[in-house]
Structure formats: structure tokens, C-alpha cells
Design a protein around this ligand. Structure first.
Ligand code: SAH
Length: 262
């Protein structure tokens, strides 16, 4: 069933109104009509099953019939800090596929060997958020990953202390691998990926003194966009599968529409 992320203000009691873009998608692309069903995601983990009652090319409203709590989110929070690559399609690739994999947040940053011209890229933030939203809907996420940027590298380093573990992907690191750096109970990991030209020695030293651990992803050099996705999926492979089955028991779905309103 088609899924759409909505903001809290789009929900009022059991009624929900969709954005003009989502209405256009329903009406024009999917040829949905009043009476059709879809799923709305409010970003809190709830999936709201909705029957559309009014629909046109730029407006759609519906009624919430049922609420579920699908367990599609990873139990480890991964924040992907990605240096601006040379071309934007590479960044979009990281955002789209990182969302599918389960990343919780993206930070786009500039550094010495990353493209400057942040002004031009700033205007892309809305587009990047839209890419993440579409990928999150397609991959049945119930939380919408944030996209923040464009930060200078120093600000990325300043956020490192907020995370349980902060890792710098560094191809010249010979002694510490990702596998060794990852505690089996880590639940909140920041990963920082450099641009095509890599980090400068000063940046690596700055990262280390900010508390980041430099890790190797193996003996081969990966492209920047590959590194972000490989690192995310290796962390999920190591940490997500082990206690997935032991996660808290299913929360019951709410059948009565009356109890839906927050
Ligand atoms: N130009 C650099 C490579 C940069 S690769 C060189 O040839 O030395 C781009 C980014 O991907 C790096 O900054 C790093 O963050 C990440 N990366 C690529 N391969 C890696 C590896 N084997 N281990 C850790 N990080 C890697």
C-alpha cells in the first residue's frame, strides 16, 4: 500500500490532510480515487491506515481507520556524515540508499578536499530531503531520516561527543578495523566519510583529538559513496541482526479509530 510521511499538523483527530505533492501523486500518478486506501506515517513510529474521502489533483483528505507500529527501524542509530562529493548524483545515491539501509540521519559537510561553494549546494537541501522521504516511504521506514548541512568539518567534529561512538572512515588506518572498533551493544554511531581526495593529515589529527576513532574498511580503497553504504551496512550486519528477534514484543494495533488522536 502506498505510504506517505505527514507532519503532525496534517493530522486532526481521525482526519488527515495530505500535501499537494502527495495528492498529485495519488490522483495523477496512481489514479487513486475517493474510497482508495493508503498508509500515512507520522514519524513517531505509527503507520496510520487511511481511507481517502476527498481527492483532487492538489488536495487529498482521508480518515484514519487503524494504527499499527511496524518494526522496520534498526535498533542502532546510524548518523552518516558525508563529505560533499564531486558530483551531486553521488550524494543523492548515498542519501537514497543509506535511507533504504536504515540510516537515522545524514549530515552533509565540506572539508578541505570537498567541493566548496556551499551556497549553491544549500539550495539543494529541500531536494535531498525529498529524496530521503521518497526512499523512506519506498523502503517502509516509519521514521524519516533528517538531512542536515552543509556543515564545516569542524562542526561535524563538535557533534561527535553527542554520540556513543564516533568513527572516521580512514583508508590509511592500518591497525583498527571497523569490526574491532564496534562494541556489540553500540546503539548510536556517527560515521564520517571523506571526499574523493580523502581527508588531509590535519583533518585526521583534528578528528582524533575530537574523540573520533579512525577505522579501516579493509585493504582496498572504496569510492566515497561506496564507503558510506558499506560502512552503514556492515554496522547493521554486526549489530542489528543479533537481537532483532529478541526485541520488545509487538505492540498491539489500535482498532478503534477513537483512540487514534494523540
Ligand atoms: N583519495 C584517497 C581515497 C579517498 S576514498 C586516497 O586514494 O588515498 C574516499 C573516502 O572513503 C575516504 O576519505 C574514506 O573516508 C573512505 N574510504 C575509502 N576506502 C576506505 C577504506 N578502505 N577504509 C576506510 N575508509 C575508506
Amino acid at each position: 500500500m502506498t505510504r506517505y510521511f505527514v507532519k503532525p499538523e496534517q493530522i486532526s483527530g481521525n482526519n488527515i490532510s495530505f500535501s499537494p505533492d502527495d495528492a498529485h501523486h495519488m490522483f495523477i500518478v496512481l489514479k487513486m480515487r475517493p474510497g482508495s486506501f493508503c498508509t500515512a506515517l507520522d514519524g513517531t513510529g505509527r503507520a496510520l491506515y487511511v481511507q481517502i474521502d476527498d481527492l483532487g489533483r492538489s488536495h487529498a483528505t482521508g480518515r484514519i481507520l487503524r494504527v499499527d507500529f511496524p518494526r522496520t527501524e534498526a535498533n542502532v542509530r546510524i548518523t552518516v556524515a558525508q563529505a560533499l562529493p564531486r558530483t551531486l548524483d553521488k550524494l543523492e545515491w548515498v542519501l537514497e540508499h543509506g535511507t533504504e539501509l536504515g540510516a537515522s540521519e545524514f549530515i552533509v559537510f565540506s572539508c578541505e578536499r570537498a567541493r566548496e561553494n556551499a551556497d549553491r549546494f544549500l539550495r539543494k537541501l529541500d531536494r535531498w530531503r525529498e529524496i530521503v522521504k521518497t526512499a523512506a516511504e519506498q523502503s517502509e521506514r516509519v521514521h524519516l531520516p533528517e538531512v542536515n548541512g552543509i556543515l564545516p568539518f569542524s562542526e561535524v567534529l563538535a557533534t561527535a561527543a553527542q554520540h556513543e561512538l564516533a568513527l572516521l572512515a580512514y583508508e590509511r588506518e592500518k591497525s583498527c578495523t571497523l569490526r574491532e572498533a564496534l562494541p556489540s551493544n553500540a546503539r548510536d554511531v556517527l560515521i564520517v566519510i571523506g571526499p574523493e581526495g580523502g581527508f588531509t593529515d590535519e583533518e585526521v589529527a583534528g578528528a582524533r583529538s575530537a574523540g573520533l576513532l579512525a577505522v579501516s574498511l579493509g585493504p582496498r580503497i572504496l569510492r566515497t559513496e561506496t564507503a558510506a553504504l558499506v560502512m552503514s551496512s556492515q554496522i547493521l550486519y554486526a549489530l542489528e541482526s543479533s537481537d532483532d528477534a529478541a526485541r520488545a514484543s509487538d505492540r498491539p494495533s489500535v482498532g478503534a479509530a477513537n483512540s487514534i488522536a494523540a
